[in-house]
Design a protein around this ligand. Structure first.
Ligand SMILES: [Zn+2]
Length: 113
């Protein structure tokens, strides 16, 4: 008896990006090389945006070495504020240097201001 018959495990594996069978997939390998937080330094600063709004900017963490989307979500929750990530830069609305520093250090990052 085949326990997995009819489940997703019964189908041949397909690429998540191009939906080709994995043996036909020509997608480039994802360039993810995770680096331990202890070996990275985040730089936190505040900047003024249009209409005088202040934002907290986190630089120095590469998107190829970190899951910045996950990190941003965590920081947004901690700060109770909105935010965006573009390339290697995260931005939280408002001034949250202390909270961002504490959270990044709790994860293990080195932090510079
Ligand atoms: Zn593919």
């Amino acid at each position: 008896m085949r326990l997995l018959a009819g489940t997703i495990f019964d189908r041949p594996p397909r690429c998540e990006r191009c939906d080709e069978l994995e043996e036909n997939c020509r997608c480039p390998a994802p360039e993810v090389k995770r680096v331990p937080p202890q070996k990275q330094t985040a730089r936190i600063s505040t900047e003024k945006r249009k209409k005088g709004k202040m934002v907290t900017v986190i630089r120095g963490l590469s998107s190829t070495e970190n899951d910045l989307a996950v990190l941003l979500t965590r920081l947004k929750t901690i700060c109770g504020a909105g935010g965006t990530v573009t390339d290697d830069e995260m931005e939280i609305q408002g001034i949250h240097i202390d909270r961002v520093r504490q959270e990044l250090q709790a994860i293990g990052y080195r932090v510079r201001e």
